[in-house]
Design a protein around this ligand. Structure first.
Ligand SMILES: OC[C@H]1O[C@H](O[C@H]2O[C@H](CO)[C@@H](O)[C@H](O)[C@H]2O)[C@H](O)[C@@H](O)[C@@H]1O
Length: 623
């Protein structure tokens, strides 16, 4: 059966573990920050008020780093889904004596530009619990632990809830029943019977902001309804894809929107930090930043859906974030904070045990100082794809886009860390050269809009020189394929992008040989694709990792473009089968166990899913 959103799945629960399987989590987003809720009703990850803020609930990374759970005190089975066309989560607990339904959302803010998902969010998480049948005793446990679990705040009861003070945070918890406080944890036990609904909420402010407050039950009901409507209306406006796996594609679009930081137009790579690429290993990174590459791919994946405002916001963000830092001798920084910050220095948090003891837990990302010359191609690729939708192109943006092309022209011969951000020595990675080719190819196509007609001849000459060099230096007879870097005989799944960006036709014999080599020799026993072989040691890191979902979707896309549609479908379905019960993908899949691995949900995986489905729908329609 083809994979689709498996929305409602019956699960009989084992006892609660810390480090719950990654697939057990569901995403909430208000397009400013994100939360993860486990299948047994616990908020185990919440970073307020931005994606990259320190967590208030961090049980994902350590049993004592904070949580907020609402679940039956009785034995239960559970099923869950997102409400249709939203990122509002509904979890249904079925107990011997009755049923309760939990509805969770990060509240959307009012919008002053007529947008469905606004630029302001009230920094409010809402949870409603309704008994729909019989009688069910419900337990609530609220254990805020700000600053990644470092603080145990002072809790006090107030009329209508509990306040928490500690460090810079001011947290107000609205509750319809009185809470018992023991240390820094508040609990309640509420017997519920059919027809009853209770709303709980967490509101956050800091000392310099307007204080957070207790919300009434009616206010919370209204806010929850408004949030559902905001998502429905965004989906209505943006989701027009009608091809195969429609539900999964639309849902992936919402996940990408949920990873967008509305105030600036930045897009984060994932909602989490330090979910490992191998259990117990050191490959644990903070993804709550806006990579030029990942964000450009996201804009492209959403191009059918993108609104003029969103495309313009994104390019304005990139132009502003990079302002003054691109030009002769100043390479474009490869990633930024969601507010445009440059310094993303990496550090470890030694007080956290890590997900299933995968240490270190890192915040910040050392890749911010790396040289990665692919970024010019990805940004200009997105600009070209979205050219019709970028309405507010000011002179600064035009100059910025032109500077990208000039940088690619000047720097394409330099070695770099490549798309995979290797921490080993810089090399002449093929993918980076192909992206420099793409930068110039797209700049030539955009030359009129860029008012750069006088540069076309020079750009064309360099573009063609890059093409010739990649063809001669990048092919390896021993491997019978294009390989990872000049002179290497190792495969790299990033070379599947060569046909995708139009560098070579997918049915060119060299490309077909590369696609087959990757499908045969760079896959695990399940047929999922690794990004490269870690045995070669090129990435400078210890240990191995799982198969990479984006790369598996690239294989499906390249096969579809080569006209091998039934193979493409099989590969697509193999990868899409790893969506969890609410349609979410992490970065990787554990080769041994088949568990999701790595940060979650990961934009690149959902981008791959959308693009591969699209390519297969195109191949179907031309067959
Ligand atoms: O493999 C080591 C590198 O792993 C991370 O990079 C990966 O995630 C990025 C964000 O999605 C993506 O752009 C990149 O292609 C991936 O390889 C990590 O961010 C790096 O610091 C690390 O060196």
């Amino acid at each position: 059966m083809p994979p689709s959103l498996k929305c409602v799945t019956e699960i009989r629960l084992a006892p609660r573990l810390s480090g719950a399987p990654i697939a057990d989590h569901a995403l909430l987003s208000d397009c400013h920050c994100a939360a993860l809720v486990t299948i047994d009703g616990s908020v185990d990850w919440l970073c307020f008020p931005r994606f990259d803020s320190p967590s208030v609930f961090g049980r994902l990374l350590d049993a004592d780093a904070g949580h907020w759970s609402i679940r039956p005190a009785d034995h239960y089975t559970v099923s869950r889904r997102y409400l249709d066309r939203t990122l509002v989560l509904e979890t249904t607990f079925s107990c011997p004596a009755g049923t309760v339904v939990l509805t969770d959302a990060l509240a959307m803010g009012p919008d002053n530009r007529g947008h469905a998902l606004g630029k302001g969010a009230p920094r409010l998480m809402i949870r409603s619990v309704t008994c729909t049948e019989g009688t069910v005793p419900v337990e609530v446990s609220y254990a805020p632990r700000p600053e990644y679990g470092l603080l145990r705040p002072l809790l006090s009861t107030v009329d209508g809830g509990v306040t928490a003070r500690g460090g810079a945070e001011w947290l107000v918890f609205s509750a319809p029943v009185s809470m018992d406080i023991a240390g820094s944890t508040a609990t309640a036990h509420l017997p519920m019977s059919a027809g009853q609904t209770h709303y709980f909420a967490l509101h956050r402010s800091t000392l310099e902001e307007e204080p957070a407050w207790i919300w009434s039950q009616a206010q919370l009901a209204d806010r929850l309804d408004a949030t559902v409507e905001a998502w429905e209306s965004w989906s209505e406006m943006h989701q027009h894809y009608q091809g195969p796996w429609r539900e999964l594609v639309h849902h992936s679009g919402r996940v990408l929107q949920g990873l967008t930081f509305q105030p600036s137009g930045a897009i984060v790579a994932a909602a989490t930090t330090s979910l490992p690429e191998a259990i117990g290993g050191e490959r644990n990174w903070d993804y709550r930043f806006s990579w030029v590459r990942d964000a450009s791919f996201t804009m492209e994946a959403l191009w059918v859906a993108a609104c003029p405002d969103e495309a313009s916001d994104f390019f304005e963000f990139m132009t502003t974030a990079a302002a003054g830092s691109i030009g002769p001798g100043t390479p474009l920084q490869i990633m930024f904070g969601v507010g445009g910050e440059h310094d993303l220095s990496e550090r470890t948090l030694p007080h956290l045990a890590g997900w299933r003891d995968s240490r270190p837990v890192r915040v910040g990302n050392g890749a911010w100082v790396q040289q990665q010359i692919d970024v010019y191609g990805e940004l200009l690729g997105a600009a070209h794809r979205l050219a019709d939708q970028i309405t507010e192109v000011d002179d600064e943006t035009l100059a910025f886009l032109t500077a990208l092309a000039e940088s690619a022209a000047q720097r394409w011969r330099e070695p770099d860390q490549g798309i995979w951000e290797v921490r080993g020595e810089p090399r002449h990675f093929l993918y980076s050269k192909v992206m420099c080719w793409m930068a110039l190819d797209r700049a030539i196509k955009l030359a009129g809009a860029l008012r750069a007609g006088h540069r076309v001849d020079a750009w064309r000459q360099i573009r063609d020189e890059i093409w010739q060099t990649v063809i001669s230096e990048g092919w390896n007879d021993k491997a019978g394929a294009f390989t990872q870097y000049y002179g290497s005989s190792d495969l790299d799944a990033a070379n599947l992008m060569m046909p995708i960006v139009g560098f070579l036709p997918a049915d060119d014999p060299r490309m077909l040989a590369t696609i087959d080599a990757i499908a045969d020799r760079l896959t695990d026993d399940r047929g999922l694709v690794y990004r490269y072989s870690t045995e070669a040691g090129v990435d400078g890191l210890a240990g191995t990792e799982g198969a990479f979902l984006l790369c598996t979707f690239w294989l499906a896309q390249a096969l579809a473009m080569a006209g091998q549609v039934s193979r493409a479908r099989a590969v697509f379905e193999r990868a899409a089968a790893y969506t969890n019960d609410v349609g979410l993908l992490a970065e990787e899949v554990d080769t041994e166990s088949g568990e999701l691995l790595g940060n979650f949900p990961q934009a690149l995986s959902h981008i791959g899913l959308i693009n591969a489905a699209w390519a297969i729908s195109q191949a179907d329609s031309t067959a």
